[in-house]
Write a protein that binds this ligand. Structure first.
Ligand SMILES: N[C@@H]1[C@@H](O)[C@H](O)[C@@H](COP(=O)(O)O)O[C@@H]1O
Length: 246
């Protein structure tokens, strides 16, 4: 894992955008692995701005999202599908047929996970996977204890995760208890992984992740240590506890 310390959220977002834009310009049929949450919003804004001013085309790009809540319709403003439309897809020229997000309203959720795995394996690994990290170390929605051999699966969300994500909902009770997520093994198939981390809320988990070489299923993000090409773009606040320790 390489760590690049950046000043703040803005710098993290611009550097991440530069990496994605260069990739898409040099390989127009790039397969992008995308994430939701507050962290990548700045990156998506930069991609939109670049699309408007420089015309970087996403016509041949394929996208795969990490996860989706169970039981929330795609056109519900709390679905990750809606989040992606609003924050990125509606503003660039990526064709709808090339967008992949698990369907959390599928009648047979297990079959939906299998279907998503088939789509992922047909893509033979995304070129760049964008990741955020939960304050308990989750990546995608892979909560502590998830097997590192997992493919796409249904998860019961931790209370800490539901509380952290409640800010996007009217009430905590509205936050779903389950989600579909790409598994750790599916995430590790990406050729390159970009983990974005910003803010003081992530300082403790970054200390945990960076102070040991140990790979531990209780800290899902530690799986990234076995991947050959991971770059962590973390800002000063996110690295503050780690740096005060070393
Ligand atoms: N499933 C998402 C993750 O993909 C994301 O990385 C995490 C952190 O979110 P944030 O970026 O808002 O801190 O939250 C959610 O649970």
């Amino acid at each position: 894992m390489r760590i690049l310390e950046v000043k703040d959220y803005h710098e993290m977002s611009s550097i991440a955008a530069r990496i994605i834009i260069e990739k898409v310009q040099s390989k127009p049929d790039t397969k992008l692995g995308l994430a939701t949450g507050g962290t990548p919003i700045g990156l998506y804004k930069e991609l939109i701005q670049d699309y408007r001013s420089n015309g970087t085309s996403y016509e041949r790009v394929c996208t795969f999202n990490l996860d989706e809540y169970v039981g929330i319709d795609a056109d519900d403003s709390n679905s990750y599908r809606y989040f992606m439309e609003e924050n990125l897809f509606a503003h660039i020229n990526v064709p709808q047929s090339q967008i992949h997000i698990p369907d959390g309203t599928a009648e047979d959720l297990k079959a939906e996970c299998e279907r998503y795995d088939v789509e992922l394996s047909q893509a033979e690994g995304v070129d760049i996977q964008i990741l955020g990290i939960g304050s308990n170390g989750h990546i995608g929605f892979n909560e502590p204890g998830t097997s590192f051999y997992s493919n796409t699966h249904i998860v019961e969300l931790d209370e800490t995760t539901r509380k952290a994500n409640a800010r996007f909902f009217e009430r905590l009770e509205d936050v779903p208890k389950q989600a579909i997520t790409m598994g750790i093994a599916s995430i590790l198939k990406a050729k390159q992984i970009l983990l974005l981390v910003s803010g003081i809320n992530k300082a403790e988990v970054m200390k945990q992740l960076l102070t040991t070489d140990e790979v531990d299923e209780q800290l899902p993000a530690s799986a990234l240590k076995v991947h050959p090409d991971v770059m962590i773009l973390a800002d000063e606040e996110a690295l503050s506890s780690y740096k005060s320790k070393v």
